[in-house]
Design a protein around this ligand. Structure first.
Ligand code: AMP
Ligand code: ZN
Length: 114
């Protein structure tokens, strides 16, 4: 996707603090963190959002969740807790139309979300 900022980060056309990368997945720090730990986990394949997922995407989305668990473990977040959030669509507050999970930790989060 030519104009997608997350695709540009994957292609190194835009800078980001990438903390993990493999053939299918990129993880980088959110530019505007809302918690002491705020990472974005994305598939390198451009998918706009949860509503656009196809059966063939099940593997990569599962891998992203397992990676989130591993990163949380390595970073010592699992004991106090963390939140894995995927906003979908306008009312949910999705601003970047390239599917991404927010990995948030380091403070207490409220429920229900605002
Ligand atoms: P969402 O509202 O769920 O679509 O989240 C989009 C997230 O992307 C926000 O938390 C932004 O701060 C973050 N973001 C936007 N542009 C960049 C960028 N260039 N590098 C890192 N994070 C970004
Ligand atoms: Zn994209």
């Amino acid at each position: 996707m030519q104009e997608c900022i997350f695709c540009k980060i994957i292609n190194r056309e835009l800078p980001a603090e990438i903390v993990y990368e493999d053939e299918q997945i990129s993880v980088f720090k959110d530019i505007n963190p809302v918690a002491p730990v705020h990472l974005l986990l994305i598939p390198k394949k451009h998918i706009s959002g949860i509503s656009d997922l196809k059966e063939e995407d099940a593997g990569i989305m599962g891998r992203i969740q397992v990676l989130a668990a591993n990163l949380a473990g390595e970073m010592g977040l699992a004991q106090d807790g963390f939140r894995l959030v995927c906003n979908c669509g306008r009312d949910a507050g999705q601003l970047v139309m390239h599917i991404h999970y927010h990995l948030l930790s380091g403070r207490t989060f409220k429920w229900p979300p605002g």
